[in-house]
Design a binder for this molecule. Structure first.
Ligand code: SF4
Length: 221
């Protein structure tokens, strides 16, 4: 595998037009089925959100949210205590979920899903169901079901539908931005990481801004 720096260079060199060609050839239109915003089979919805995106979402939907309303520590790598609490260190934030395991910003009316944070939704949501084939970037769960060039498409009922050139270019721009951001985040986390040795029952999230408590406050305050 190449270094994260080499992957970042490759992400920065991605041509938006080439990505848009690939997206057009695969085809996509969101059907608003809500599958990418909801939990499934007892599994909570789990999607990465960057720290600055959390802050953007805190002011979305004309409602004041605080950090914990918007994000939770990514559970991967954490252990569960006897009381069912999570503890340990993790390296990402995930969008917060509601009591049903769905994204907290997802609402459904008459079977039609709506994102109430649509204008502020994170890059991962703007680009689903696509990813790029670069190490160090995130890949949705499950195998890719289609690919063209470096663009991969993951399971989604909206695949294969016609997409306008304008929408394909917009999606391609966001996909490139996401790949670059994911690699920049990964490099910053790697460089800033110092073991935090959390107390029992405590979670520490190492993001690109440093180590934080589960409520988003810096550990060093
Ligand atoms: S932020 Fe919006 S688009 Fe993203 S998972 Fe939540 S409801 Fe879906």
């Amino acid at each position: 595998m190449q270094s994260l720096e080499a992957e970042l260079e490759a992400a920065r060199d991605l041509e938006v037009d080439d990505l848009a060609d690939a997206i057009e050839s695969i085809g996509f239109e969101c059907t608003r089925c809500g599958a990418c915003c909801t939990g499934h089979g007892g599994e909570e919805h789990t999607a990465t959100v960057f720290p600055d995106e959390v802050r953007g979402l805190e002011d979305s939907d004309d409602r004041p949210y605080d950090w914990r309303d918007v994000a939770r520590p990514m559970p991967y790598g954490l252990t569960e205590t006897d009381d069912g609490e999570l503890e340990g260190e993790t390296f990402e934030w995930a969008l917060q979920t509601d009591g049903c395991g769905d994204c907290v910003f997802y609402e459904e009316n008459d079977g039609v899903g709506t994102c109430v944070a649509h204008d502020d939704r994170p890059l991962i949501c703007r680009t689903y169901p696509f990813s790029v084939a670069l190490a160090g970037t995130s890949q949705p769960m499950g195998e890719a079901v289609d690919e063209a060039g470096v663009v991969r498409a993951h399971e989604c009922e909206g695949l294969g539908r016609d997409i306008s050139r304008e929408d394909a270019v917009e999606l391609a721009r966001a996909l490139k931005e996401r790949a670059v951001r994911e690699l920049e985040e990964a490099i910053a986390v790697r460089d800033a990481y110092e073991p935090a040795d959390p107390d029992p029952g405590e979670v520490v999230v190492h993001d690109s801004e440093g180590a934080k408590r589960a409520d988003g406050t810096p550990l060093e305050e």
